[in-house]
Each structure stands twice: as C-alpha cells, then as structure tokens.
Design a protein around this ligand. Structure first.
Ligand SMILES: Cc1cc2nc3c(=O)[nH]c(=O)nc-3n(C[C@H](O)[C@H](O)[C@H](O)COP(=O)(O)O)c2cc1C
Length: 158
C-alpha cells in the first residue's frame, strides 16, 4: 500500500504546525502518512515512501541548512526517488520575505531527484506558505495540499 511522509525543520514551531496539518489531511485522504522532524530522518528513509512532502522555514530566502543537508545526503542514491510524488511548503516572517523562493528551492531539488510535483491553479500555486504562525487561510491551504498529494499519489500507485 502506498504511503507518505511529511518532513519538516522548525525552530519555533510554525513549520511544524503546517507539517502536522498536511500530514493529517493526507491520512484523512487515505494515504497513510508519517510526520517527522528532519532531525529524525535519514536520507535513505525517503526511499520507503511514495509521497514526500518537505517543509522548511525561510532562511535568507532559502531552505534551512538541515533540509539542504537531507537533499545533499540523498546524492548517495541519486535517481532512486524518480517518480515519487513531491511537495513543498514554507513559513517566513514577512510577506515578500522569500517563502516562495524557499518552496521553489525545495521543488527544484525534488525535480532533480525525479519527483513529480503538482502545481495548484486555485490554492497556493507552488505550495502552502505562511507568515509566521499558520492562520485560518494557511490551515486551509495545508489541508488542500495534503489532500491533493494523497489523491495524486493514490492515482499513480493504483
Ligand atoms: C536564520 C534565520 C533566517 C531567516 N530568514 C528569513 C528571511 O529571509 N525572510 C523571512 O521572511 N523570514 C526569515 N526568517 C524568519 C523565519 O522564516 C520565520 O520566523 C519562520 O516562521 C520560522 O519558522 P519555524 O517556527 O518553523 O522555525 C529567518 C529566521 C532565521 C532564524
């Protein structure tokens, strides 16, 4: 049976909260999904999942170091994430503070790894973004993204 993982890095809890909402939506959409801090994940662990969702706070417009390290460690099995579903999300302090460039940076790494990343014509186009703590709008975006990742993954693995 297909399964998913949501991996996050978070110092003050904002990105973690987004991760938990996305994982909840994936589970509710019938894709069994774990939610883990990047500190508890080894790159090789990603091989065991059909959907990989990764979130980071925005640090200087990019993903935080521990998230980048996860991708860098994945070079040891480059090509083996090919065809898995990917998705990204980010929390930043400011509007225009670089949360979308962070999402795109994670997405770029996923594309290089061969992941399938779905855009969203109606919700946050690249992936959910939050200004600090998730509010009601962000919660809805995270739920929507989790559902869409689960639905796409189930279609591809049926
Ligand atoms: C080292 C560092 C760099 C940051 N760089 C940015 C930035 O470029 N733009 C921005 O809007 N916020 C920036 N922030 C703020 C965080 O992205 C923001 O507080 C985020 O919500 C923290 O997420 P967390 O609660 O999951 O740790 C930075 C914070 C730190 C600690």
């Amino acid at each position: 049976m297909a399964k998913g993982i949501v991996v996050y890095y978070s110092r003050s809890g904002n990105t973690k909260q987004m991760a938990q909402i996305i994982a909840k939506a994936m589970n509710e959409a019938a894709l069994p999904t774990e939610c883990k801090s990047v500190n508890d994940v080894k790159a090789e662990d990603l091989l065991g999942y059909d959907a990989i969702v990764i979130g980071s706070p925005t640090y200087y417009g990019h993903m935080a170091g521990p998230v980048k390290q996860l991708f860098d460690d994945a070079v040891s099995f480059h090509g083996k994430l090919d065809g898995k579903v990917g998705a990204a999300f980010s929390s930043s302090a400011n509007i225009g503070g670089g949360n979308e460039t962070t999402v795109m940076g994670i997405t770029e790494a996923m594309l290089i790894a061969g992941c399938i990343v779905q855009g969203d014509p109606k919700g946050d186009h690249y992936g959910p973004v939050s200004i600090n703590k998730p509010d009601e709008r962000v919660e809805q975006q995270c739920l929507r993204r989790g559902r869409r990742v689960a639905e796409l993954t189930k279609r591809l693995t049926a």
